[in-house]
Design a binder for this molecule. Structure first.
Ligand SMILES: [Zn+2]
Ligand SMILES: [Zn+2]
Length: 406
């Protein structure tokens, strides 16, 4: 079959090197075949005029638990299919679905299910794979993870998880102070899985050991990560913790949740200033209430209820001390990036990098996606300059069109 040629013209093209005003982009089949300024250099089967709009690389959300009532830990295959589509509405062209701390057998079964959902969905290309977040986390820094499931990474468990999930696992978050963490890092690296520090109160030295072994990313920095602590042997002497190590080593990328409740605004500016340009990542860490109307109430399998309020989820509980407490993020990727641009005072093209080429580099996908460059996959979105998404294209296929003509 002849490959279809689609042209987007008259847009502000966020080309990998430098944005092009009044530019065009030519897509043949699943790849970008040319970009330039002015009139397109050829005719296509379909030409879309995107006058006044921004043509951006699609967003890559490398840490999200769910969206629009879909939950990567709980949902069955038909629901997961719905979820893939849900992300496209917010400009996401690759997603790494995060599991939560649970019995290991449940995590293995769900990772396999997510792999099957990818294979059987017409939107399966949007799923890159699975991020395993827990059970190898520090109890004191567990955040929303259930204490009863947390444990050290036993070697048999690690082997079982990696051997029985068919390559769908792409990243694993763990606390470096737990037993076997250096060994775990080596096992992950050997399989091309990204080892990620997170939910941890590790010392500088403990963090450094896993960085030397190959750990290269931090899960939601400043949420459930410890900065430094007082030396127990000497009052007022401070000991550096993992945060100092991951800021010191340029090789380690850092993710921030694009939410001012989880990450107070100065942190965005700080990371923008001190981390190398391709090591700054924005994620949503979103839960299943994301993308749903304000005040929607959701009930989990244990009967606990939460409601959606201004981009976060809060608890419903008879105990007034618990009622209204923060339980997680409900931000979408486009809103997260809009906030980043505002909080860190970044130009649009620079903010977009945190949600496109930078996560692509961390995940080892940057040779194929993450930027607009001739030869790369056509994972492209069209939006206005406030990050309102008009169109989402994955591998050259339009899978969301706000105008309804997809
Ligand atoms: Zn977490
Ligand atoms: Zn998470």
């Amino acid at each position: 079959m002849e490959e279809k040629t689609v042209i987007l013209k008259n847009g502000f093209i966020l080309n990998e090197v430098k944005p092009i005003e009044h530019g065009f982009i030519v897509i043949r089949g699943e790849r970008i075949v040319s970009t330039g300024s002015g009139e397109p250099d050829r005719t296509g089967d379909e030409t879309i005029d995107v006058k006044g709009l921004v043509v951006s690389p699609g967003f890559i959300d490398m840490h999200t638990h769910g969206i629009m009532d879909v939950d990567f830990m709980e949902s069955d295959i038909p629901k997961l299919h719905k979820g893939f589509e849900g992300y496209a509405r917010f400009g996401v062209t690759r997603v790494v679905g995060s599991t939560l701390s649970n019995p290991l057998d449940s995590i293995i079964a769900q990772a396999v299910r997510i792999g099957e959902a990818k294979q059987s969905s017409p939107f399966g290309d949007i799923l890159h794979g699975v991020h395993v977040e827990g059970p190898w986390l520090a109890p004191r820094c567990r955040g929303g993870h259930a204490l009863k499931y947390l444990k050290h990474p036993e070697k048999d468990d690690v082997k079982r998880l990696l051997d029985q999930t068919g390559g769908i696992i792409k990243s694993v978050t763990f606390a470096p102070e737990l037993d076997n963490s250096v060994w775990l890092t080596e096992q992950l690296c050997a399989r091309g899985i990204v080892p990620v520090l997170g939910h941890t109160e590790a010392s500088y030295e403990e963090a450094e050991k896993v960085i030397h072994a190959g750990a290269r990313h931090v899960t939601h920095m400043y949420d459930t990560t410890m900065g430094y602590r007082e030396n127990p042997d000497e009052a007022l002497v401070m000991m550096p913790g993992m945060e100092t190590a991951v800021l010191y080593y340029d090789e380690v990328s850092i993710e921030l949740i694009g939410c001012p409740v989880h990450v107070p605004k100065p942190f965005f500016r700080f990371i923008a200033k001190i981390k190398p340009r391709d090591k700054r990542v924005i994620v949503t860490d979103s839960l299943s209430g994301t993308g749903m109307p304000e005040n929607t109430v959701l009930t989990d399998k244990d009967g606990r209820q939460v409601y959606v309020k201004e981009g976060v989820l809060r608890m419903i509980d008879e105990d007034p001390k618990v009622n209204g407490n923060l339980t997680g993020s409900a931000v979408t990727m486009n809103v997260a990036l809009r906030r980043l641009a505002e909080y860190a005072e970044l130009p649009l093209a620079e903010a977009v990098r945190w949600g496109s080429i930078n996560p692509a580099v961390t995940l080892g996908l940057d040779h194929e996606t993450g930027s607009i460059k001739t030869g790369k996959l056509a994972d492209i979105i069209v939006m206005d300059d406030t990050f309102d998404i008009k169109l989402t294209m994955v591998k050259g296929n339009i899978i969301y069109n706000q105008g309804g003509k997809a």
